[in-house]
Ligand binder design. Structure first.
Ligand SMILES: [Zn+2]
Length: 384
């Protein structure tokens, strides 16, 4: 027999309920149903938006006029990996002896979803006649292709002229201590597949062939050494990386006919898609290559400059934790890139990201209480 554990806080109770639903992308497993029930009980207008195989919902509370503060996030989680590698089963949701809430999604991002709901429940109870509107935009496809999730919901909201002034995305932004870092933007991501054509032949008869490896190598070296921009106060300099390079038939005596390189830019607001494309093509042209580039833009950069939202979030973090937060634009892309297209100020604020997507994902249980309080204080500053 073990001693009965103390009752869980409202945030932890809900976080555990969400983690126990194994919602691996794009499956939702009733997580959104649970959230919608809680919001409906508060008087939110609920709008489920199933798009293709993806569950999403939009919900709002308050007056049509006045500013709109939206909480955004995802109920889906990444796969667990081998179950036997987990110390506690990934969908058991238990708090270990170190006070860590363990389970897939604890940090990314069911803990944040629970904190948002509890903060809003408290806020609506304390301020039933609050200013403006509180909204929720929740998807079950952030970790997957992300085509029928936030992106598609935002397109629908834009089509009917919904305004969205401020948005807090619950992505785990913190590095060591909850609230130490918030994301106030993200770099853009521009990918490309480059095909360089040569002429296949025998290595002993090079005059009868054109070797695409020899032709492409100096051009790739120049691309890798190129200085694209200096970045700015908010963004690091734009970076270029080759991720795949393939050529050759496998035989040692054949000059290949073609080379394929896949590369990716993570770019700041100092560079544009068109600008980067032109510069790459100018370098390839200068090397006299016979080539084709297939471009794939996966996200434009976005930036939320200091203003009402960033100020309210920073002041709330300070009030609750005593910490000065650091705004950052580092890390991969997020759904924030879709939301920012509405002209919305977007800030990502969530728990510590040290174990996200890993085996034994976990988050300090008490950090979720702190996060709830930070969300609550932000609501007070913006809508009370
Ligand atoms: Zn996430």
């Amino acid at each position: 027999m073990t001693a009965p554990s103390p009752p869980l806080s409202a945030t932890l109770e809900l976080a555990c309920e969400l983690i126990r639903r194994p919602s691996v992308t794009p499956v939702d497993e009733g997580c959104q149903e649970l959230m919608m029930r809680r919001l409906q009980a508060l008087g939110f207008r609920i709008e489920p938006m199933r798009i293709e195989e993806v569950e999403n919902f939009w919900a709002s509370h308050g007056e049509q006029d006045g500013p709109v503060l939206c909480f955004a996030g995802h109920t889906d989680v990444v796969p667990t990996g081998p179950l036997q590698a987990w110390q506690h089963q990934p969908f058991d949701a238990l708090i270990d002896a170190q006070g860590m809430l363990c389970g897939r999604g604890a940090a990314d991002m069911k803990g944040s979803l629970a904190a948002m709901i509890i903060a809003v429940e408290r806020f609506v109870a304390d301020h039933p006649k609050h200013k403006g509107r509180i909204a929720f935009l929740i998807t079950s496809d952030e970790e997957g292709p992300a085509q029928h999730g936030t992106k598609a919901v935002i397109e629908r909201l834009a089509a009917r002229n919904e305004r969205l002034d401020w948005c807090i995305v619950g992505e785990p932004s913190s590095t060591a201590l909850v609230g130490d870092v918030v994301k106030n933007g993200r770099r853009g991501s521009l990918g490309a597949t480059l095909t360089v054509r040569g002429v296949q032949g025998h290595v002993a008869y090079p005059h009868l062939a054109r070797n695409p490896i020899h032709l492409a190598a100096p051009a790739l070296a120049e691309l890798a050494a190129e200085h694209w921009d200096d970045g700015n106060a908010f963004f690091p300099p734009t970076s270029f990386q080759v991720s795949n390079l393939n050529a050759g038939t496998g035989a040692t005596n054949v000059i290949p006919g073609e080379l394929r390189a896949v590369f990716n830019f993570r770019f700041s607001t100092e560079s544009t898609v068109e600008g980067l494309q032109k510069r790459v093509e100018a370098i390839l042209d200068r090397h006299g290559l016979d080539y084709h580039v297939e471009w794939a833009l996966s996200g434009l950069p976005f930036l939320t400059e200091p203003g009402a939202l960033l100020d309210a979030v920073a002041a709330s973090i300070k009030a609750v934790t005593g910490r000065e937060t650091t705004p950052s634009t580092s890390g991969g892309t997020s759904d924030g890139r879709f939301i920012a297209t509405l002209g919305t100020q977007v800030v990502e604020l969530g728990p510590v990201n040290a174990t996200i997507h890993q085996i034994n994902e976990r988050v300090l249980a008490s950090d979720l209480e702190v996060l709830t309080e930070i969300y609550y204080q932000t609501l007070v500053k913006l809508l009370a």
